[in-house]
Design a protein around this ligand. Structure first.
Ligand code: KIV
Length: 284
């Protein structure tokens, strides 16, 4: 199946059907997301925290992101694969920026995402010049946590809220095909959504966005070290996984695993020739 493209995602602003995006980082999570029918799969730099065990997203490199983007793309999803440009991959020079964006496309992404507004317009324009669609990301941009002093809601004061609106307009004018709004008050998300002609995709930004995104480990209940209030858990795979492994361990220790049905057997004549008959029973 051919993947949906960025222009078709932008066009969805007009029809009013909410866009759905989830993160995925490997083939199994990509298959779950795509089979569920999402519009976009974001190979987010959140992979640092929910898969690789780091405390923030600043630790992943472009090579890490290429590795995970390729794993997702190999499943050939119908959803648009958006590769996340990690910290330092679009901050140093135009040349590095375009090479890194191109590396994500060569790994199978149909678009890339980067964080920041007016400050990053040169990067956005350089990538667009390569004909690669760009998704913006404003509000709580996790690559700026040290500047923000932690994972905090952004845009609560008038100046900060206005800056987010201005940044969104600048990104849309530059040609971004969609904009993620993370952890901003719902009124700010509403003003942004009305101000731009491309879809806004919210995470912790209320219901007035054109779409919503969640980290798949959060919605599946696989990550419980940090649970922001905007996360809704639709499954408890972490708890169910622990119960399953504990049941396996108990079966092994009690001699209940493997059963005869879970075992490969020799034909009787071969077993006999091997001298097994008369020895200890093998299926008891
Ligand atoms: O990396 C990520 O998962 C993200 C989403 C939170 C939007 O950027």
């Amino acid at each position: 199946m051919a993947s949906i493209g960025a222009p078709a995602i932008s066009a969805r602003k007009a029809d009013g059907t909410p866009l759905v995006m989830v993160t995925a980082y490997d083939a199994p999570t990509a298959r779950i997301a795509d089979t569920a029918g999402v519009d976009m799969i974001l190979v987010g730099d959140s992979v640092a925290m929910v898969v690789l065990g780091y405390d923030d997203t600043l630790q992943v490199t472009i090579d890490d992101m290429v590795h995970h983007t390729a794993a997702v793309a190999r499943t050939r999803p119908g959803a648009l694969v958006v590769g996340d440009l990690p910290w330092l991959s679009y901050h140093v020079s135009r040349e590095e920026t375009v090479r890194n964006a191109a590396a994500l496309v060569r790994a199978g992404a149909g678009a890339v995402k980067l964080e920041g507004g007016a400050k990053r317009l040169e990067s956005v324009e350089a990538i667009l010049d390569l004909e690669i669609p760009v998704m913006g990301h404003l509000g709580l941009t996790p690559q700026s946590i040290h500047a923000f002093g932690g994972f905090k809601v952004q845009g609560k004061e008038l100046d900060a809220a206005q800056r987010i609106v201005d940044d969104a307009v600048a990104l849309a004018d530059a040609g971004a095909f969609a904009i993620v709004l993370e952890c901003v008050p719902d009124a700010v998300a509403r003003v942004v959504t009305d101000a731009v002609d491309v879809p806004t995709i919210g995470i912790g930004a209320g219901r007035h966005c054109d779409g919503q995104v969640l980290v798949i480990h959060d919605l599946l209940g696989l990550e419980d070290r940090i649970t922001p209030k905007f996360v809704r858990r639709y499954a408890e795979l972490g708890r169910d996984g622990t119960d399953a492994v504990a049941a396996f361990a108990a079966d092994v220790r009690a001699g209940r695993f493997p059963s005869a049905e879970e075992t490969y057997h020799l034909a009787d004549d071969v077993a006999e020739a091997l001298g097994l008959y008369g020895a200890a029973p093998i299926d008891a």
